[in-house]
Design a protein around this ligand. Structure first.
Ligand code: PLP
Length: 378
């Protein structure tokens, strides 16, 4: 049996007619950049994420960069974040000229540890504390970071909070939504995210009218009015086609999220039925609404052998992420060493993402768990 890690073709059949109709409208209009489809999606996203404002941008990475720019983060500043995330989180910090400062994760959720944040700030010299301007918690795999203590530390230390919600659209923390808690929320419509476009796209949310006004200017080269530039922005614009496609798919998002959550529950049942819960660590659902962009298990040893075995069995898996960011070559100038963030390093060595896309079948899940069982019993 073939079980791909992700299969978008099935989902496309469901939305195909609506998408062909709306994209044809755009072809006929020959109006491709920003415009009414982007504005409509911005309103829908603001509402969906419980944010006051939302701004369509060119990618999730650009969402992070433009948020950092709007917050005034620049050379000489530092921004705190997790070393166990997709590269863009820390890459964006560097792209605006600032330095990332890493804090280890909570091994149960893989999200940045609030206790670690406080301890890191305590250890800083007054000069280092002065340079620290913002914090980027990442809601990894679709589960929110522990936001209350993070927001509290941020308030006490006057830090901007930028939520990296690229993997977590619709995820909830207590009764709040991802992207609706910090000063900015950054979303990605990369095709493999829970709400994917047919190309690149992203969104920034914010509760602040002032930040929103700045974001609007920065998205279009800092111009306001046209050809008058008081800021240096860039081309961070979202296409009408991508916005229209994402709008169509947004109507199905809750249904797809429910299917992902059901698959997570099924995996839990299957793993416990075969008595593997001790040997395979399953995702810990700590926050109220985990949206399972990824279903990530953990094994104490032989992760790569397990992955190879599953690949032979035609089961797609992925390692998110094999090298924590503090050990990436491009960040060697930050002078971090192996052992600095042991939880992130262990997670990088032990985790494996299994298929969890909405259309996955019960038979496929049984096959996946069966093959894992076979490998572990060998
Ligand atoms: C996907 C992702 C991004 C970047 O989004 P793009 O749209 O691919 O630029 C940023 N952060 C995290 C955590 C992501 O998963």
């Amino acid at each position: 049996m073939k079980v791909p890690l992700l299969d978008l073709k099935c989902q496309y059949q469901l939305v195909k007619q609506d998408i062909l109709r709306v994209t044809e409208e755009i072809y006929d209009s020959q109006y491709f950049i920003l415009g009414p489809h982007v504005e409509a999606l911005e309103q829908q996203m603001a509402q969906y994420c419980q944010a006051d404002f939302a701004l369509g941008v060119s990618s999730g990475t650009d969402a992070l960069i433009i948020a950092l720019m709007a917050a005034g983060i620049a050379a000489g500043d530092t921004v705190m974040t997790t070393p166990y995330t997709f590269f863009a989180t820390a890459g964006s910090i560097s792209r605006v000229g600032a330095h990332p400062c890493f804090v280890d994760i909570d091994p149960a959720t893989y999200n940045i540890s609030p206790v670690g944040i406080s301890a890191a700030i305590e250890r800083m010299s007054p000069a280092e504390r002065g340079r620290l301007k913002a914090i980027i918690p990442v809601h990894l795999y679709g589960q929110c970071a522990d936001m209350d203590p993070i927001l509290e530390v941020a308030r006490d230390s006057h830090l901007i909070v930028i939520e990296d919600a690229a993997q977590a659209i619709g995820a909830e923390y207590k009764d709040r939504r991802a992207g609706g808690m910090g000063d900015f929320g950054c979303f990605s419509f990369f095709p493999s995210k829970n709400l994917g476009a047919f190309g690149d796209g992203g969104m920034v949310t914010t509760p602040s009218k002032a930040f929103h006004d700045t974001l609007v200017m920065l998205r279009n080269h800092g111009s306001h009015p046209k050809y008058y530039h008081s800021l240096i922005g860039g081309n961070f614009r979202l296409d009408a086609l991508q916005a229209a496609i994402v709008s169509v798919k947004l109507k199905y998002l809750d249904q797809w999220t429910k299917m992902r959550q059901d698959h997570a529950a099924t995996y839990r049942d299957l793993f416990s039925q075969c008595g593997l819960e001790g040997r395979v660590m399953l995702p810990v659902e700590k926050e109220t609404r985990h949206t399972f962009n990824q279903y990530v298990i953990r094994v104490a040893e032989k992760r790569d052998e397990l992955r190879a075995f599953l690949l032979e069995s035609e089961i797609g898996t992925e390692v998110y992420y094999p090298v924590p960011l503090h050990l990436q070559k491009c960040f060697s100038f930050l002078n971090y060493r192996e052992g600095d963030f042991p939880e992130a390093e262990h997670a990088a060595a032990q985790t494996l993402a299994l298929p969890v896309f909405p259309e996955l079948t019960a038979a496929q899940q049984e096959y996946v768990v069966d093959r894992i069982q076979l490998f572990l019993r060998k």
